[in-house]
Design a binder for this molecule. Sequence first.
Ligand code: IPM
Ligand code: MN
Length: 351
Amino acid sequence: MEFKIAVLAGDGIGPEIIEQAIKVLEAVGLKYNHKFHFTRALVGACAIDAVGNPFPDDTFDLCMNSDAVLFGAIGDPKYDNDPKAKVRPEQGLLAMRKKLGLYANIRPVTTFKSLIHKSPLRPDLVEGADFVVIRELTGGIYFGEKGRSEDLTKAFDTCTYTKDEVIRITKLGFEYAAKRNKRLTVVDKANVLATSRLWRETVQEMEPSYKDIAVDYMFVDNAAMQIIQWPKKFDVMVTENMFGDILSDEASVITGSLGLLPSASVGIHTSVFEPIHGSYPQAAGKDIANPVATILSAAMMLELALDLQDEAKAIRDATDKSLAEGVVTVDIAEGRSYKTSEVGDWISKNI
Ligand code: IPM
Ligand code: MN
């Protein structure tokens, strides 16, 4: 079959890790007789530099006309300490989510046996942990009304959710739980926030339609604690945008393998697949960054957007093998380490 893939490499290590995912997809194409048409476009700081807009219209059009989007990373340190910058790379990411209607961010949290010792937690706590964080991605405080008083001494951000927004993301949470271990944890702050009470009320109304799913409700502060204490107790977690941002970073790091975890953002239009780590500017251009999270994001793309299940498994198997055999980048190497491009070559060859 033929597929159109929009490739938005972005900033920092984005271009070099994306190239490895492309190599791997080409190998899948050869083996399974598919043709992937890759078209590159700008997003983030590089798009600001080139055309003054972190998510240019051309990029949006390309995404809309593609079967899936493969995304690298965005961000540039020159913006981080400049709160007055008028345009920021991150606005490109938020615009992309909003314009493509990507209301759900799916982050599987899985452990890799060969890396358990890298976890900041005791191995017995984290070994076998396997859950999915489903984060609402186009609502809440990220997109609510915000502003600054005229004398600049006051600022505000508002958190808003509609019932329909809660229903569509929770529905996805129930569907994931149904395919997994049938447990759904709804994370909120219903003891304080009106939006959280709307979430709870709405999910309670949905519960009778999903009788085989056990739902529990957890305050976000408690959830932050329990992810560290008992990561194995979770199956599917669903939460609003800002809580999900924070908890999914926390959850990813307990596996000891931040450089390995992929994510998918799905919703109304074309889905986007990206590694959960950032643009790691210190490593840009050095051919040392770990490409595995991006390669596994390509596997998620095959699975969720293109419905190529065997092909996705082929990528996962070859990646597992590279980890088991120590063909890995310096961040996780025990002895000899390999370059970004060497890991990409090795995984492609093994497919
Ligand atoms: C993420 C990132 C973004 C977010 C930033 C870069 C705007 O942290 O994808 O989790 O906060 O959503
Ligand atoms: Mn984040």
